[in-house]
Design a protein around this ligand. Structure first.
Ligand code: AMP
Length: 581
């Protein structure tokens, strides 16, 4: 494609108003050399432009280069490796061994990544199979047998299938190591080495990692050939450009985001706010949801005509809309004087994008507030943004039901004070006088306040607490350097709930080279249980004992039984207190 960057799409992508897009260039997926089936899928998903990591990674990956990428969740890294991989695949293959293998640390990620492959590759008929422990092996065997194109697997289970001869790597053109630092932290280093030994030497290898400790560097040097290096969040140039606005973030799961947004808006009471979403689809969905919750919201995205956009902007300026829900592309060059709040409904895909977004407020000495709703896994990206901008983003607690009640009472009180100061209340005197024949004056006032409160601040219908999601990621809360799993596991207790725990016996110990992180890795990699839920780990010469919550003991046992630890199968059962050891 040779089109100029600013003209890539329909004319609807022209900047709004006459304000030039400040230092933001528009790129299009069409410029990256992707095939039409993929472009169609991206457009159907409402992706308007590639994220920075996609812009940088897709062309060299299409050329077959190896790649070493430093990027956290939230940057769009999954599409950055999935799209080129799908692009190079022959469409609608029959049977056959996989052409690509993606290794991921957890089963949650295996599912997410294979869903992403499905979404992008459905018009190519791509057959994608997630394989992880804890899932019936029969289904995986049948799927592998009938032929797949892409396997997305946790290392332990992948190795199991390789050993059984059910996963054959001879036809691999590409291997992706996703979240490599987490895989190493979880003790999968040896499994990964063993897997790579089975892959053809002539292959493309892609490694993504949120951090680049020396172990990752070593792994890259050993397995990648002249890789292209990409780092998202390296640019220090944006520091100092960032406007001085109050910046805070809330950690919340996706399911609770609309309710959290509503609550934050209620507490903040913005004059006008812009809410940024990643895709057109999300803009439409959120606009509808927020309108349903009583916020006057308008959608703005690249799929709308100039006339529609002008109408939306008119309503925002006139104050008949409070909330503009927009994609980055559509909001480019937008300058609305009334804007007081910028909300990132998702963490932006790069620090630069964050800076551009929050630059919509805090202009020309105006005060601004920037709020980010981050999913637990996106916490690291927030840290990257803080580092690059040199500004703090405070993690706040989502307002509770009690906070909301207090806030609503304050609003009612404010409305009454205003009325006392400004309104002509005489016509109502007769009501008060008549009622005070029968009731106390205070009681009359209270009843009037109650009625006023119900009108000025109706309670929202979701009066449930929104859970503050815990920050996720195995490295969180640990020192970056020297945080060896062995130390931290000493006398630890499961941190969740503090309920009953049981000891699980694993028939491999120090002599087999087992370390606490190997056990944590095997459990979290092959089950849905998080490292923080695992309690103390005791490693003896010939066996280990792992303390886990009673309720998940069976899942842990079956997960450990179906995987390998240090490449070996172990006896795993509930500990019976020393009997038979
Ligand atoms: P990831 O960093 O790969 O976990 O992706 C984060 C999220 O961004 C996922 O929900 C993707 O669906 C979404 N996403 C990835 N690329 C784009 C894009 N170019 N435009 C809009 N959304 C995207």
């Amino acid at each position: 494609m040779s089109s100029a960057p600013a003209q890539h799409d329909a004319p609807t992508d022209a900047p709004l108003d006459a304000v030039p897009a400040d230092a933001e260039e528009v790129y299009a997926f069409t410029e990256l050399g992707l095939r039409p089936e993929l472009l169609g899928a991206l457009s159907a998903l409402g992706y308007e432009e590639p994220t920075p990591i996609q812009r940088e990674a897709i062309p060299p990956l299409l050329d077959g280069r190896d790649l070493l990428g430093q990027a956290a969740t939230g940057t769009g890294k999954t599409a950055a490796f999935a799209l080129p991989l799908l692009n190079r695949m022959s469409a609608h293959r029959d049977g056959g061994d996989p052409v690509a293998l993606v290794l991921v640390p957890t089963r949650e990620l295996a599912v997410q990544v294979s869903e992403a492959f499905h979404r992008y590759g459905k018009d190519l008929g791509a057959r994608v199979l997630p394989i992880y422990g804890g899932q019936p092996i029969g289904r995986q065997l049948r799927a592998l047998d009938s032929g797949v194109d892409v396997v997305v697997a946790t290392p332990g289970r992948a190795l199991d299938h390789i050993a059984r001869g059910t996963l054959r790597l001879g036809g691999l053109a590409t291997v992706v190591l996703d979240e490599a630092d987490e895989m190493l932290d979880m003790g999968f280093a040896e499994d990964i080495e063993a897997i790579l030994e089975h892959a053809p030497a002539e292959r493309q290898t892609v490694l993504f990692s949120a951090t680049m400790p020396s172990r990752i560097d070593g792994m890259a040097r050993q397995h990648l050939r002249e890789p292209v290096r990409i780092e998202i969040g390296r640019e220090q140039t944006v520091a100092g450009e960032a406007p001085r606005v109050r910046q805070s973030a809330y950690i919340v799961t996706r399911a609770h985001k609309p309710a959290a947004l509503g609550r934050v808006l209620d507490v903040e009471s913005p004059t006008a706010a812009i809410v940024f979403c990643r895709s057109r689809e999300e803009v439409d969905r959120l606009t509808e949801t927020m309108n349903g919750r009583g916020y006057r919201s308008e959608a703005l995205h690249g799929g709308m005509s100039q006339e529609q956009r002008d109408r939306v902007m008119g309503r925002l300026r006139a104050g008949t809309a409070d909330l503009l829900v927009a994609t980055d592309v559509a909001a480019r060059g937008l300058d609305v004087e009334q804007l007081t709040h910028v909300v990132n409904y998702d963490v932006p895909s790069a620090p630069e994008s964050y800076v551009h977004r929050i630059g919509r407020v805090g202009r020309a000495g105006r005060e601004g507030v920037a709020i980010t709703l981050a999913e637990p896994r996106e916490h690291r990206m927030l840290k990257t943004i803080e580092r690059v901008t040199g500004q703090r983003i405070t993690i706040d607690k989502i307002p509770t039901v009690a906070d909301m009640r207090t806030r609503r009472l304050e609003l009612t009180q404010g409305a009454l004070r205003e009325s006392l100061l400004e309104d002509d209340l005489d016509p109502f005197r007769v009501i008060v006088e008549t009622l005070t024949d029968e009731f106390d004056l205070m009681e009359v006032a209270l009843a009037a306040v109650k009625l006023a409160h119900e009108v000025t601040s109706p309670g929202s219908d979701d009066e449930e607490e929104i859970p503050q999601a815990p920050v996720r990621g195995p490295r969180e809360g640990r020192p970056e350097a020297g945080g060896r799993g062995g130390d931290r596991r000493g006398g630890g207790r499961p941190r969740s709930g503090g309920g009953n725990t049981v000891q699980v016996f694993v028939g491999l110990g120090r002599r087999a080279g087992v370390r606490p992180q190997d056990l944590v890795g095997a459990i979290t990699g092959e089950t849905g249980i998080r490292g923080r839920d695992i309690g103390s780990i005791e490693i003896a010469d010939r066996f280990s004992l792992v303390e886990v919550p009673q309720g998940v003991a069976d899942e842990v046992i079956s997960g450990l039984r179906s995987s390998t630890i240090k490449g070996r199968k172990a006896t795993v059962r509930r500990d019976r207190g020393g009997e038979g050891r």
